[in-house]
Design a protein around this ligand. Structure first.
Ligand code: SAH
Ligand code: SF4
Length: 353
């Protein structure tokens, strides 16, 4: 049986045409799936009995299996999900006072292998399909009962960050397809301004985040020069800082300079946290004239990682230097640390290394 979650609108029309149905039926079905979150074809009351029976015979709307679920002291919610082939990933919901972000994964493991990242220590197994990416958000919505899609501005699940396991721009087609479904106004309807895609810097695919999708961009920079960045992010040898920043210029040319790019900067003790590092970072942004803001990330340790977080003092000082140069540089509050749900801590439990 084929799962309908993850088909584009056009594909759903084609699928229903196979059953001899007109395209407006596909639109009705789309709304049941993505606006109402319905999983039972029998409850789709405006579809004919005959069509409902045919759908039931041939298709499912199953979510991935929830293998484990944890809620941290600060209400961060983590799911370990298993797909039909037994592969597992994690999805996290990070609530804030009047909104919340779902952090979704795009691959099982990650091939980029950043030295500080728990996911990166797990070799890549496979890309997730568009359906598997979309379904992560649907699992979170199921849990908070937020169906039908709220039309008001206040929602539990208001934002999406593509910052879970995997490198989204190495699974670009499926990730983009999933984000188009998630932002579609007839369904889940998360505005593209509330979706942020984070990348380790796959330079050739960055422009297309603006040209073909139009969501917000975050770059995992983590170091002010190539020498340091290559030490912690091997991908930098393939796509050095200059190439990444040139691609960022193209993104901003398409999106408009007012669409700031967020540069994520992990604060690692005795590695990249001195005032000189901050000054070098500022010079870099000035050189490429990028509308940038920073997000300073306290390092979240994981078993046998070999790095330590910078002291609070150093992080605050770093932030002040960037702010004095006119850049926003908030310090990210680590969420869900007690359940290993924070940035860089996600890992599927099947392979324990
Ligand atoms: N692969 C993409 C998206 C997922 S990682 C990327 O690298 O951007 C999301 C963010 O968490 C990245 O900025 C990543 O560098 C950061 N991160 C990884 N390991 C971390 C750790 N141990 N502590 C804090 N942040 C970490
Ligand atoms: Fe992959 Fe991102 Fe982790 Fe690097 S930080 S290993 S790119 S998930």
């Amino acid at each position: 049986m084929k799962n309908l979650i993850g088909l584009s609108k056009e594909e759903l029309v084609d699928e229903l045409a196979l059953l001899g149905e007109k395209s407006f039926r596909a639109k009705q079905l789309w709304q049941w799936i993505y606006f109402r979150g319905e999983t039972d074809f029998d409850k789709m009351s405006n579809l004919s009995k005959d069509l409902r029976a045919k759908l039931k015979e041939n298709y499912t709307l199953n979510r991935p299996k929830i293998v484990a679920e944890q809620i941290s002291n600060d209400k961060t919610h983590k799911w370990l999900l298993e797909f039909d082939d037994g592969e597992r990933i994690e999805t996290v919901y990070i609530p804030e006072e009047d909104r919340g972000a779902v952090c979704i994964s795009t691959q099982v493991g990650c091939a980029v292998g950043c030295k500080f990242c728990h996911t990166g220590s797990q070799k890549i197994t496979r890309n997730l399909t568009a359906g598997e990416i979309v379904a992560q958000f649907m699992v979170a919505r199921d849990a908070y009962g937020e169906w039908p899609s709220p039309t008001s501005e206040t929602r539990y699940l208001s934002n999406i960050v593509v910052m879970g396991m995997g490198e989204p721009l190495l699974n670009k087609d499926n990730t983009f397809k999933a984000l188009r479904i998630l932002s579609d106004g007839d369904g889940i309807a998360i505005s593209k301004r509330r979706i942020t895609l984070s990348t380790s810097g796959i330079a050739p695919n960055i422009e297309s985040v603006a040209a073909d999708l139009g969501v917000k961009l975050a770059i995992s920079l983590h170091a002010p020069n190539n020498e340091k960045r290559s030490q912690i992010m091997p991908i930098n040898q393939r796509y050095p800082i200059e190439e990444v920043l040139k691609a960022c210029q193209k993104y901003q040319y398409i999106m408009g300079m007012s669409r700031m790019i967020t540069f994520e900067y992990l604060m690692l003790k005795n590695f990249n946290d001195t005032p000189d590092d901050a000054k070098e970072l500022i010079a870099l942004m000035k050189k490429y004239n990028i509308g940038a803001k920073f997000n300073l990330i306290p390092f979240n340790p994981w078993p046998s990682c070999g790095f330590e977080p910078s002291s609070n003092n150093k992080v605050h000082n770093f932030s002040k230097i960037l702010e004095a140069a006119g850049y926003e540089a908030p310090i990210r509050v680590a969420r869900g640390q007690d359940i290993l749900a924070a940035c860089g801590q996600l890992k599927s439990k099947k392979q324990t290394a």
